[in-house]
Design a protein around this ligand. Structure first.
Ligand code: PGA
Length: 253
């Protein structure tokens, strides 16, 4: 047993208009209203954040951004800063999602700067890491994760990392229907927690929530959550429908 409160986070990616996002968020807030044992976060597209924030203000749903840029303001067309996210009610921000790395050129070095901006603005960063199928096949999973973690977290002090959340998302499992088995997830999560313990000590390592992401569904969440080092999930496709997502939030213990 540990005292890490589970976090189930929904990444809506580039889905839903503002009105669709408001309607989904309201339904979800209603469906999960009795479940205080789990933290629940949704990350709608930027354009819907402010309205969704108003729609969920009396619920225990939290809001997150899907990305940010590390500068606080300036001539950076198309970008959104940490203080812009907090100004519309965000508590979390997803950083370094594999789709950002794959399609938008994000690297461990840019991820590091983004986590710094999040920490400085009291946003809880959800650092996404994960290996590709090729890397897993060539048995490079642990070295890839080691590099993503070490570069992503370079220069941070213990105090900086108290609100850090890690999401292990094997790239081959995202949106593919292929989930890592609960044992595969646990093996990696345990490795990540031991890396954190080596760098920052057991107290911090035991308090950081490590989420699993990649084709999480109502029928595989309980098995994943039964693992000692799995503290929640980052859910893409299955977070878009309020009923389905609430079934994930209400996983069986
Ligand atoms: P998925 O996405 O649940 O659709 O596989 C997970 C993610 O990208 O965070």
């Amino acid at each position: 047993m540990n005292d890490r409160k589970p976090l189930i986070a929904g990444n809506w990616k580039m889905f839903k208009t503002c009105s669709e996002a408001i309607a989904t968020a309201k339904q979800l807030a209603h469906l999960i209203r009795k479940n205080q044992a789990v933290d629940v976060m949704i990350a709608p597209p930027f354009i819907a954040l402010e309205k969704v924030s108003e729609a969920i203000k009396d619920s225990h749903l939290s809001l997150g951004g899907q990305n940010l840029f590390w500068q606080s303001e300036g001539a950076y067309t198309g970008e959104i800063s940490a203080n812009m996210l907090t100004s519309v009610g965000c508590e979390y921000v997803i950083i370094g999602h594999s789709e950002r790395r794959q399609y938008f050129g994000e690297s461990d070095a840019t991820v590091n700067r983004k986590i710094r901006a999040a920490v400085d603005h009291h946003l809880k960063p959800i650092l996404c890491i994960g290996e590709s199928e090729k890397e897993r096949e060539s048995k490079d999973t642990f070295s890839v994760l080691d590099k993503q973690m070490k570069t992503g977290l370079k220069g941070f002090s213990l105090d900086d990392l108290t609100s850090l959340i890690i999401a292990y998302e094997p790239v081959w499992a995202i949106g593919t229907g292929k989930t890592a088995t609960a044992d595969q997830a646990q093996e990696v999560h345990r490795f990540l927690r031991s890396m954190l313990a080596t760098s920052y000590g057991n107290t911090l390592a035991n308090s950081i929530r490590i989420l699993y992401g990649g084709s999480v569904k109502p029928d595989n969440i309980s098995e994943l959550m039964a693992m000692a080092d799995v503290d929640g999930a980052l859910v893409g496709g299955a977070s878009l429908d309020p009923e389905t997502f609430s079934n994930i939030v209400h996983f069986e213990k």
